[in-house]
Ligand binder design. Structure first.
Ligand SMILES: *Cc1c(COP(=O)(O)O)cnc(C)c1O
Length: 345
């Protein structure tokens, strides 16, 4: 597959905007910087941020075992996903394939960019229907979004099915690994070099505990990354975010300890949820949340709110009738949830 042929026509030839900091890169050098109309007095952030986020990428490359040229950073995964849609999908012409129930942003981004959506529901085990997906793709299907572990169902997709889809889909396969750090499955990052049409997205918003700084990560071939680099806003990741991300990426042990605690709490919570009479099904989780089917999701949602607990009501999603999604909280929060559920009738 020639990836270049999948790009939008205008993107094939687009030139990146060249910012002041692109033209003279070494901002740390001992030069007089009067090229960007900044205020010269120091505030710690009086200078524009590094448009290529070199230090953060360097650290991520070490941690994840990829090259810095295979990384693009964005203002959350949401920006990264938007850039991918804009690079490959011609408005009013192309389409993307999503597998509901899944993360809502794929649809939002498609609609925003005037791109059609082909939905192929997951099967009853919340796995992709591979044959059906491959049968509905057409010449204008540019992207296939696979969210694994999937939100809101919490399962990881069977890796053989993912591999079949990467091999046989005629466009780009985006594997959204927002929850990979909680998963017992291997990341697809390790296989990036095998597949030119594979894009993997991750985020610091979940396991890394930095939802507030908005840092999303895209891993792909050097070619795809170079295209996304050309179309991203020049200063899309602010300097405070870069500082904070770098700091957190040097505390990997603490992140790992928190992940272990959350997983332990998840298993405890599942055990406790099993004894609640109005909980009908608890779906297996490979993430930091649990999807459960209750007798009446709207009622239970409201009762929990009245008791000071906010969960996510997913009852309107396909295959999720009467399902609530519980994020794993602290030990204290989880105990309060169980206590409250036990008191409801
Ligand atoms: C939370 C989440 C993200 C993270 O988005 P950010 O913009 O990086 O915070 C991405 N994908 C899925 C499926 C998610 O649930």
């Amino acid at each position: 597959m020639k990836i270049e042929n999948l790009l939008r026509e205008n993107i094939k030839t687009i030139k990146a905007y060249s910012s002041a900091r692109d033209e003279y890169k070494d901002a740390s050098s001992d030069m007089v910087f009067i090229d960007a109309n900044e205020n010269p007095f120091k505030t710690n952030v009086n200078r524009y941020p590094d448009p290529q986020q070199t230090d953060v990428k360097q650290r991520l490359a070490e941690v994840k075992g990829v090259s810095t040229t295979q990384i693009l950073l964005g203002n959350g995964s949401d920006e990264v996903l938007d850039l991918i849609v804009r690079a490959f999908c011609e408005p009013n012409n192309d389409n993307v394939i999503t597998l509901p129930p899944t993360y809502g942003m794929y649809k939002v981004l498609a609609v925003l960019n005037a791109v059609d959506i082909i939905s192929v529901e997951l099967d009853n085990d919340f796995e992709p229907k591979v044959d059906e997906i491959l049968a509905v793709q057409n010449g204008n299907s540019k992207l296939l979004f696979l969210c694994s572990p999937n939100n809101p169902t919490a399962n990881s997709f069977n890796s053989k099915k993912i591999e079949q889809l990467i091999r046989k889909f005629n466009g780009i396969v985006v594997v959204d690994e927002a929850y990979i750090d909680f998963s017992s499955q291997e990341s697809w990052l390790g296989r990036l070099n095998e597949f030119s049409n594979l894009v993997v997205t991750q985020t610091l918003s979940k396991a890394y505990g930095l939802a507030g700084i908005r840092l999303g990560i895209c891993y792909a071939s050097e070619f795809i990354i170079s295209v996304l680099n050309k179309i991203k806003p020049p200063y899309n990741v602010n300097q405070l975010t870069q500082y904070k991300a770098l700091e957190r990426l040097s505390e990997i042990n603490e992140v790992e300890d928190q992940i272990a605690l959350i997983l332990k709490e998840r298993d405890l919570l599942i055990t406790e949820l099993n004894s609640i009479s109005f909980i009908k099904t608890i779906y297996p989780s490979d993430a930091n949340f649990v999807l459960a089917k209750v007798d009446d999701a709207d009622l239970r949602y409201k009762q929990l709110i009245d008791n000071g607990i906010v969960v996510r009501n997913r009852t309107k999603q396909p295959l999720c009738k009467n399902c609530l999604r519980f994020t794993i909280g602290t030990q204290e929060e989880n105990k309060k949830l169980i206590r409250t559920l036990n008191q409801l009738s």
